[in-house]
Design a protein. Structure first.
Lengths: 186, 274
């Protein structure tokens, strides 16, 4: 696993070196490899496909523009993009709160009947509502660790937190999710 | 943490339903186009600088040069007028400018009194003629110098003495002899001068007369007269009267001091005659 990660990083560094020379082919390879991850993070953070594409595009353009400052031997393009995408989403969410008068829901919407039979679509809607109801950073913690398989350390780094604070954040996020989804999943 | 408090199965099953739609088909092409578009813009050759900008640079430079020149002239003028004192004369650029604009003033002559008794007498002076150096050295008053009252008195005395001698010489040249009224008037004016000053003035008038006469006779090759009477009778009389009057005043003051002690005061005591 470590060898694979090292190999990936080595490939990332080589591709970034070519991108620094403005190699479009190398950039396309990086997009194919990592754009979906940035898009996934953004979609689950923001809950909107169009905005998620915008965030993915912005993160990858930053990668292109800052290729000349790339330091080989780091955590790799995937970790860099995940960090940038997460922070772009947090920025957008922060702006969204200031721009909108709507109150941000703190808890899962209880509108779908918990007693009703749960089909796939209903369960998805319930899950989306529960995840979106989480505070922004708790949501980011769940998305990075559960969906993107980040280690706690990597996720803490992506959110600019120390590990203890991140673990506390993650614990609160899981508890809130369990409470919100428990009834729905049964 | 994930080990101690993992996502339970129910929650995990629910989370797995949060699937993500795929990226749009043209996402990659659009992104690459956008990235390369920025590169093309930055790869364009720089715009040719407008002549207007070049001219603006020259205008700015000219203003700067004019400003520097004006500042230099103003500072040089200020230094020349003494605003900065002598310090400005040592500044490399300003110093020569000051020297051009305001040349250094000539050193002021310091008049030192010559010794009255010179070791070697002038050869041209005949033995009977005693040409003395002026007893009063009247220095040109230096601007800004504060004259002491003594010097001021000397200057004034010299001017009056010169004027009196001029008048006497004019009268002699015209053959005019002063009338008794004029003599009395002159004596009255002399009486207003304090005795010491009056004696000094008369002495000075005599000296000037003697010097001028000596000079005239030397130029004419004649031997001058040794004695020049000048109002001697009036002067002597005036001096004597002044002395008596002073003595009388002193005596009266002394008697007034003695009076409160009960001593008898002798009135109309005869004035001692000299």
């Amino acid at each position: 696993m470590l060898a694979t990660a090292a190999l990936v990083n080595e490939d990332d560094d080589a591709l970034m070196a070519r991108v620094a020379l403005r190699d479009g082919v190398a950039f396309r390879k990086l997009i194919d490899a990592y754009a979906m991850r940035a898009h996934r993070i953004a979609y689950r953070m923001l809950g909107d496909a169009t905005e998620a594409e915008d965030v993915a595009q912005e993160a990858l353009l930053r990668l292109w523009n800052q290729a000349m400052k790339w330091h080989p031997g780091g955590a790799g393009v995937s970790a860099w993009l995940g960090r940038v995408a997460t922070n772009l989403c947090l920025d957008r969410l922060r702006r969204r709160k200031f721009a909108s008068d709507e109150e941000v829901p703190e808890r899962a919407d209880d509108a779908p009947g918990a007693d009703e039979a749960i089909d796939e679509d209903r369960l998805r809607a319930r899950t989306v509502a529960a995840v979106q109801a989480l505070p922004d950073r708790q949501r980011a913690a769940i998305i990075l660790t559960y969906y993107e398989d980040y280690s706690n350390m990597a996720a803490a780094g992506a959110l600019d937190m120390n590990i203890k604070a991140f673990e506390s954040l993650l614990l609160r996020a899981r508890t809130a999710l369990r409470t919100a989804l428990g009834g729905a999943a049964k | 943490m994930s080990d101690t408090n993992p996502v339970d199965g129910v929650t995990a099953r629910a989370l797995d339903h949060y699937n993500v739609p795929p990226l749009s088909a043209a996402f990659t092409d659009r992104l690459i186009a956008k990235a390369l578009e920025g590169e093309e813009i930055s790869a364009l050759p720089p715009l040719i600088a407008l002549r207007r900008d070049q001219r603006r640079g020259w205008v700015r430079g000219r203003r700067l040069a004019v400003g520097v020149a004006v500042f230099s002239l103003m500072s040089a003028a200020a230094a020349a007028t003494g605003v900065f004192g002598d310090v400005a004369k040592n500044v490399p650029v300003i110093g020569p400018l000051i020297a051009i604009v305001a040349p250094a003033p000539k050193p002021k002559a310091i008049i030192t009194p010559k010794p009255k008794h010179a070791s070697a007498a002038p050869k041209l002076v005949p033995p009977l003629v005693v040409v003395e150096e002026p007893s009063i050295e009247v220095a040109e008053p230096i601007a800004g110098e504060i004259l002491t009252p003594r010097v001021r008195r000397q200057i004034r005395r010299e001017m009056i003495a010169q004027r009196v001698v001029d008048q006497i010489e004019r009268n002699e040249a015209l053959g005019i002899t002063p009338t008794p009224e004029e003599r009395a008037k002159f004596a009255e004016r002399l009486a207003k001068i304090p005795p010491v000053q009056r004696v000094a003035l008369i002495k000075r008038v005599r000296d000037i007369r003697r010097e001028r006469l000596a000079k005239m006779t030397l130029e004419a090759g004649e031997i001058p007269q040794a004695n020049i009477p000048l109002l001697e009778a009036e002067t002597r009389r005036q001096f004597r009267e002044d002395r008596l009057r002073l003595r009388e005043e002193r005596r009266l003051r002394w008697m007034q001091r003695e009076e409160p002690q009960g001593g008898s005061v002798v009135q109309n005591e005869s004035v001692p005659q000299n």
